[in-house]
Design a protein around this ligand. Structure first.
Ligand SMILES: *[C@@H]1O[C@H](CO)[C@@H](O)[C@H](O)[C@H]1NC(C)=O
Ligand SMILES: *[C@@H]1O[C@H](CO)[C@@H](O)[C@H](O)[C@H]1NC(C)=O
Ligand SMILES: *[C@@H]1O[C@H](CO)[C@@H](O)[C@H](O)[C@H]1NC(C)=O
Ligand SMILES: [Ca+2]
Length: 460
């Protein structure tokens, strides 16, 4: 039963991703936790950092609306088109399936016409604000890997806040503000993600880009994950090595993309005009046809499988770790403190396995592996992200870290982490075998570069 369940979830993930991803899937990165290798001592296990596939996370969430009775149709209600107050031939009736608009319709399969959608009651109590909180909960830490996309069936709201929680809904932080007029609504200057940079990537902005005023016919709102990744990985997300390095050393950056819950706070519906037409309040309401959230279970790089069992996501922990996020060492494997796996060195990473507890008579085991102390690497200024850190041998191929902001590379190398052969950029590799000869370790990097060159920019 367990196996078939796992297989069906796995099959579902593959199906979902192949439907959703416009780019081919790549299975090459951090997708195994261990392999057998041959050494002088014979066959041994080689452990690697590993993580689950990125997938459609809306299959695994619970949705909660506040106020609870805000969905339209109880009692049945007629609503009008926003653009035409006299076109009022639509009805919402919760007791008739064809006329009901329950919250589940924000997460069902889209692509058919007409689309299915959740809808709120109308703004009949104007001027009392019409506000709705839509809370999405996973009861599991997940890492976002693609844009959050909310598609409205009605006009996009005049004011909205996207919030996130990292502690299962106990505390909330704003993720992004959306308004037709940011200054008026939130006393914030309007900004777009394109105004940010590597150093300001964690800034919380208010954007007017997705309001009614812009592109009147568009009904979509984004929270731009990929544009933020692109500050580190380049515009086509080709240099994922750089992003991984950054995520590894900067806990604040990693946490920024990590959530247990999301909350969409709808604060004011689309009005379309400066004044609310009090005679035709049935024109004002919220309606959402689709919400996309792509991510993966956070397993601290100790698992590739995340099972959905009893309505709960759990990492299938390896490396002798345990817990929902593989956040601690198994009993009897506490020979050294637990540590998350590391993406570095690229491409295999470091597993940081838990090791057997020291027995009363045994000798102290010796280790020469570096395992990062993430908390000590946390940058003091959240807006100042580290590019490199010598403790982690972050710059590669003999590069040295300069003030944590850049790698000084040997002449033959280039790239943020000195991960690229300079001759590769110039397209002249191979013509001069002496200068371009890769040192030990770099064939893997070249392979990685080749894989990334053809890789899906969506996955990592
Ligand atoms: C929505 O949640 C916020 C807290 O994040 C709370 O202050 C507000 O009252 C809630 N609104 C509704 C309509 O429940
Ligand atoms: C976990 O412990 C078992 C039993 O000692 C051992 O065989 C296995 O190699 C360990 N796995 C890792 C990843 O360290
Ligand atoms: C990690 O670093 C923090 C802050 O420097 C320190 O308090 C903590 O003891 C360190 N943990 C380990 C396991 O070395
Ligand atoms: Ca739908």
């Amino acid at each position: 039963m367990y196996l078939s369940r796992f297989l069906s979830i796995h099959a579902l993930w593959v199906t979902v991703s192949s439907v959703m991803q416009p780019y081919p899937l790549v299975w090459g990165h951090y997708d195994v936790c261990k392999t057998q290798i041959y050494t002088e001592e014979g066959k041994v296990w080689d452990y690697m950092a590993c993580q689950p596939e990125s997938t459609d996370m809306t299959k695994y969430l619970k949705v909660k609306l506040d106020p609870p009775d805000i969905t339209c149709g109880d009692p049945p209600e007629t609503f009008c088109a926003m653009g035409n107050p006299y076109m009022c031939n639509n009805e919402c009736d919760a007791s008739t399936p064809e006329l009901a608009h329950p919250p589940e319709l924000m997460f069902d399969f889209e692509g058919r016409h007409p689309s299915t959608f959740w809808q709120s009651a109308t703004w009949k109590e104007y001027p009392k604000p019409l506000q709705v909180n839509i809370t999405l909960s996973w009861s599991k830490t997940i890492e976002l890997t693609d844009n959050i996309v909310i598609t409205f069936e009605s006009g996009r709201p005049d004011q909205m806040i996207l919030e996130k929680s990292l502690d299962y809904g106990r505390t909330w932080q704003p993720y992004q503000y959306y308004a037709t007029d940011c200054l008026d609504a939130f006393h914030m200057d309007p900004k777009s993600v394109k105004d940010l940079s590597q150093h300001t990537v964690l800034e919380i902005i208010c954007t007017e880009e997705y309001s009614t005023g812009y592109m009147t016919n568009s009904k979509i709102i984004h929270f731009e994950i990929k544009d933020r990744f692109a500050f580190f990985a380049g515009p086509w997300l080709r240099n994922m090595a750089s992003l991984y390095g950054q995520l590894d050393t900067t806990k604040k950056l990693r946490d920024f993309f990590t959530v247990t819950d999301l909350r969409i706070r709808l604060l004011r519906p689309a009005v379309g005009e400066i004044f609310v037409d009090e005679l035709h309040l049935a024109r004002y309401f919220y309606a959402i046809s689709d919400i996309k959230v792509h991510g993966r279970c956070k397993c601290n790089l100790h698992a590739t499988v995340c099972v959905y069992d009893n309505s709960k996501l759990t990492c299938e922990c390896e490396h002798n770790t345990t817990g929902p996020d593989c956040g601690k060492c198994k009993k009897n494997y506490q020979g050294r403190p637990w540590s998350p796996g590391s993406y570095l060195p690229i491409p295999k990473g470091t597993a940081n396995t838990c090791i057997p507890s020291i027995s009363s008579i045994g000798n102290l085991p010796k280790f020469n592996r570096i395992w990062p102390n993430i908390s000590s690497l946390e940058v003091s200024n959240p807006k100042q992200a580290n590019v490199c850190d010598n403790e982690l041998l972050h710059c590669q191929n003999g590069g040295t870290c300069h003030n944590n902001v850049r790698c000084l590379c040997p002449a033959a190398y280039t790239g943020i982490l000195c991960e690229k052969l300079r001759c590769e950029e110039a397209g002249s590799c191979g013509s001069d075998s002496g200068q371009g000869a890769p040192p030990p370790g770099s064939p893997a990097l070249l392979l990685l570069a080749a894989v990334l060159g053809t890789a899906s920019p969506l996955l990592f």
